[in-house]
Ligand binder design. Structure first.
Ligand code: PLP
Length: 357
């Protein structure tokens, strides 16, 4: 499908940041967006790159009432030579359609997803920040826009991509987080939407996060939705626990998100001499192992922060320090290697990087 590029009038251009160190996450957006519509009678039509602008939607639009929505998250990285790269974007394209299928949203051709993003990044390349740890966050999403209050799949959708220059997550150095193991609320259940990247999962998780914040924790670690017995994931990160030469993570049972970073971490840890175990981890077993000093490191993985070290885990009013509470060796090495590949400082032996020419 041809992607039309609409003119960007001078008055639609935004004021660019002047100091990259002041960039936060997802508040400032670039000049343009990518937009494609799906209509029941025509399929995907009218692909265009246009000035960034608000949508005018009917208050009865389905997304506002029944949350028929999915999204993705990936980044563009500026290399030292000024060139720009994406990291494994084809996995995002594929996962987007898995989410779409679960939410009864029509699949979008993966080439259109990838080509739209590539062209948008190319046009907006001056918006990709260049200092250490910064990047351009890319947010594709689909919303149901048919104006009707009946509960049903929409007959009209917007697929859009917006982009936000984001600052270095660890500008002041790695900061181990404190995690509360959630034993009241659940995020996802078997047969539910836990494996889909859909806004409803996040809406349902706000309450637990708010309670945890009040108690002084950064995020919650979700347990399985049936028995609250097995570890699942953290907010927007998959979780890893490092024993001596073994790295353990929860299996993809359908209620956790299949992270791109999770997959990359497993492949890298394997090359670093660790055995990877994808298995159910009972919270009681994990707590006992942390107490006994067997768990040397714990970290989360996700596109936004790449790797997040976990310093403290708290369960049923007992707070335990993981390892020495600092940043573990493998945690640091994975962070350095993964970001090294993303920023073109380390050879990409896996073929993960997609240059934007
Ligand atoms: C996006 C997301 C992740 C991380 O996935 P990445 O592909 O590594 O960014 C983990 N958990 C949830 C719930 C997510 O939405």
């Amino acid at each position: 499908m041809e992607i039309k590029v609409l003119p960007l009038p001078e008055e639609k251009k935004k004021t660019k940041y002047t100091d990259e160190s002041t960039l936060s996450f997802g508040r400032l957006f670039t000049d343009r967006m990518f937009l494609v519509e799906w209509k029941a009678s025509e399929g995907w039509v009218d692909a265009r790159i246009q000035p960034y602008a608000p949508f005018v939607l009917d208050p009865s639009a389905l997304v506002f009432h029944y949350a028929q929505e999915i999204f993705e998250g990936l980044k563009a990285y500026k290399w030292a030579d000024g060139s720009i790269a994406l990291f494994r974007p084809e996995i995002n394209a594929h996962r987007f359609n898995l989410s779409a299928e679960r939410l009864c949203i029509p699949e979008i051709p993966e080439e259109l997803f990838l080509e739209g993003i590539s062209q948008l990044v190319r046009l907006e390349k001056d918006w990709v920040p260049g200092s250490e740890g910064t990047s351009l966050y890319i947010r594709p999403a689909v919303i149901a826009v048919e104006p009707v209050l009946g509960v049903k799949p929409s007959d009209h959708y917007y697929f859009f991509v917006i982009m936000s220059p984001v600052g270095a997550y660890y500008a002041a150095g790695f900061n181990p987080v404190k995690i509360l193991v959630e034993d009241t609320y659940v995020r996802a259940v078997p047969g539910g939407t836990g494996e889909a990247k859909t806004g409803g999962n996040y809406a349902a998780s706000l309450k637990a996060a708010q309670v945890a914040k009040k108690k002084g924790f950064d995020q919650v670690l979700w347990l399985d939705g049936c028995d609250k017995k097995y570890i699942e994931e953290v907010g927007s990160m998959n979780m890893f626990f490092v024993y001596d030469d073994v790295v353990v993570t929860a299996p993809l049972t359908g209620s956790i998100l299949k992270g791109v970073t999770r997959d990359s971490v497993m492949k890298l840890a394997d090359t670093m001499g660790f055995r990877i175990e994808e298995r159910q981890i009972a919270i009681d077993e994990l707590i006992a192992d942390i107490r006994a000093g067997k768990v040397k490191e714990a970290f989360g993985s996700g596109t936004a922060a790449v790797i997040t070290p976990v310093g403290v885990l708290s369960y049923k009013d007992e707070s335990l320090t993981v390892g020495n509470g600092g940043v573990g060796n493998l945690t640091q090495k994975l962070y350095d290697t993964l970001t090294g590949i993303q920023y073109g400082k380390i050879p990409d032996t896996f073929g993960w990087v997609r240059k934007i020419d």
